[in-house]
Write a protein that binds this ligand. Sequence first.
Ligand SMILES: [Zn+2]
Ligand SMILES: [Zn+2]
Length: 326
Amino acid sequence: MFSDPNDPLIQPGVIPLHASAADPIFIADPATVFADRAQRFAQLAARGDGQQTFFAFMAHLSQAQHGAVANVDPGDGPAAATLDLRYTMQMPILPAGLADRDPAWVGALRCVLDASVARGEALPAAAEAARTRLFEASDAEIDRQGGALLAYEYESLAVDVVPWLAAGLQVYWVVAIARVGRARVRSLDSHGVCPCCGSLPVASLRHIGGLQQGLRYLVCSLCATQWHLVRVKCSHCESTAGIGYLTLSADLDSDAGKAAATREVVKAEVCDACSSYLKLVSKEADAHADPIADDLATLALDLLTDERGYQRVGPNLFIHPGVPAA
Ligand SMILES: [Zn+2]
Ligand SMILES: [Zn+2]
């Protein structure tokens, strides 16, 4: 484990001067977020490291999400007074919790299924079987399963439907939040959950370019909203002490090993105060990096970090915990 890997001038809890000028929240653009992720998955599939089938399927699924966006009707959404109240109270603007979920999201999943079929691509047998079952399932049954996934209650969920459910939920929330708009969203007192939907982050993202250069944003596992958090701070317990980094680079005891680790796209930011971790994905290391795709490409890092006794903070909704993704 080593201390802040990229910038020795940034100390725990210290905010770079330009951070105050940068927008603390970015909502996802439905026109690009899934298409960009599909490109990243296609890149990962082309690496030929034994996971081509899995990453090719994820590229297909991301393209199906992109294809679904134009057809999704997010409904009327909450009344303006409700949105104003949530803004005033610093609550997530479209919470994804069980009680608040809008069943209109099922329509978004059906758009993803249609877009998938329209692409005419061969799928792994399990993925195709799950798609067929979801086509035939009632809206109520799909909504029940989506609610279980949002509540991280995996016991009642078949492994093979999870990626499809996640795809539909993401499309719905990305489209619905874009329709509400950035102006109605504000930062929450708690940095641990998404200001738009209240979900946990999938990872942190270190930005490049503009006022965001070098800043760290947490990325929502559901709606892909990004919200700023100072670097070297635990998103779970907000401790700035006892933060360190683990990577898949072998030799962190040598200077050469540490130098190699700083160039890694994905590191685990671990917190000794609460024994949790969240991955940090660096666009400085790879401008095409995607928090969700690069997380799935580094599951070995989760194994390493778990072995050291750290618990992961946020989910990747595309995978059923405890089951290998590929
Ligand atoms: Zn969110
Ligand atoms: Zn912590």
